[in-house]
Design a protein around this ligand. Structure first.
Ligand SMILES: C[S@@+](CC[C@H](N)C(=O)[O-])C[C@H]1O[C@@H](n2cnc3c(N)ncnc32)[C@H](O)[C@@H]1O
Length: 264
């Protein structure tokens, strides 16, 4: 058991004396423009700084404006003096602003950064197809769209490239975004996982233990996924076009709409 903020958190990365609120690491603007809490940024930083072997390649889905996960991954890599981050963002205006923000916030870190414009499924496939056979991704952070199937698709594309000891974190693990990936990965016996209770949105942590899962655990994971996908609200949202889902959500009372779109 390791400790984080004086609580037992199992396999979570240990913290150094690094403090996310140090003036040089997080500015007031960072806090306003990013979408992660200070605790979550601290955790991501710690996972990179304290990895037994320093991550050489990292990939994140969903940079938003860059002040949150992207900036903190880059700063941690800069502190490690090794590592390169691929950051995928699907919205053009956000992507452009993010590239500019990163260049200004961390000119040194920006040299370790390849921004990738596009939707994660296509962007990841294209990126992987351009890499040499030995390409490996040591650190993954998934924080893109709210459709829970996206994190499953991203995981399935990336998992073969994550070496044993590699880490995968995902955000909004307690919300709809993470409702498929979390139980799916928890069922696979070649990953150890944790979901500490410090983050309301839920920051999920997984570390790869063996190259492949046993066939029994893979079957269990697939069964769990099918079961979750067949839940009425998930089945309906998978069938209906997204514009119709949005209209339906707008017509529902606010509380009900929020519980359908946001929560597990
Ligand atoms: C919750 S925000 C990410 C917050 C960011 N990680 C941070 O720490 O501040 C989600 C981002 O993912 C982007 N996004 C949504 N779906 C995506 C997809 N399929 N592929 C890539 N980016 C996506 C959105 O445009 C948005 O900028």
């Amino acid at each position: 058991m390791l400790e984080f903020n004086r609580k037992k958190v199992g396999l979570m990365p240990t913290l150094t004396k690094w403090n996310p609120m140090d003036e040089k690491t997080v500015t007031a603007q960072d806090v306003m423009e990013g979408q992660l809490s200070a605790w979550e940024r601290d955790f991501i930083t710690s996972a990179i700084l304290n990895a037994p072997s320093k991550p050489r390649v990292a990939l994140e889905v969903g940079t938003w404006l860059g002040w949150g996960s992207t900036l903190h991954i880059l700063r941690a890599m800069e502190q490690n003096q090794t590592g390169h981050l691929y950051g995928i963002e699907a919205v053009s205006s956000i992507y452009t602003q993010m590239v500019e923000n990163i260049r200004k916030a961390t000119p040194d870190g920006a040299k370790r950064f390849t921004p990738v414009f596009g939707f994660s499924d296509q962007a990841i496939s294209q990126l992987l197809s351009a890499q040499p056979p030995e390409f490996a991704i040591d650190f993954v952070f998934l924080d893109g769209g709210n459709n829970p199937m996206e994190q499953i698709i991203e995981f399935r594309l990336l998992a073969p490239y994550i070496p044993v000891g590699g880490q995968l974190l995902s955000h909004d693990a307690r919300r709809r975004k993470g409702k498929f990936l979390v139980p799916y990965l928890q069922s696979l016996d070649n990953w150890e996982t944790g979901l500490p209770d410090f983050s309301e949105a839920g920051l999920f942590y997984a570390r790869k233990l063996r190259p492949v899962p046993s066939s029994a655990s893979l079957k269990a994971a697939k069964r769990k996924l099918i079961q979750l996908r067949l839940e009425p609200k998930e089945a309906v949202s998978a069938i209906l076009p997204s514009w119709l889902c949005i209209i339906i959500l707008k017509l529902l009372p606010r509380r009900m709409a929020r519980s359908l779109s946001d929560e597990v």
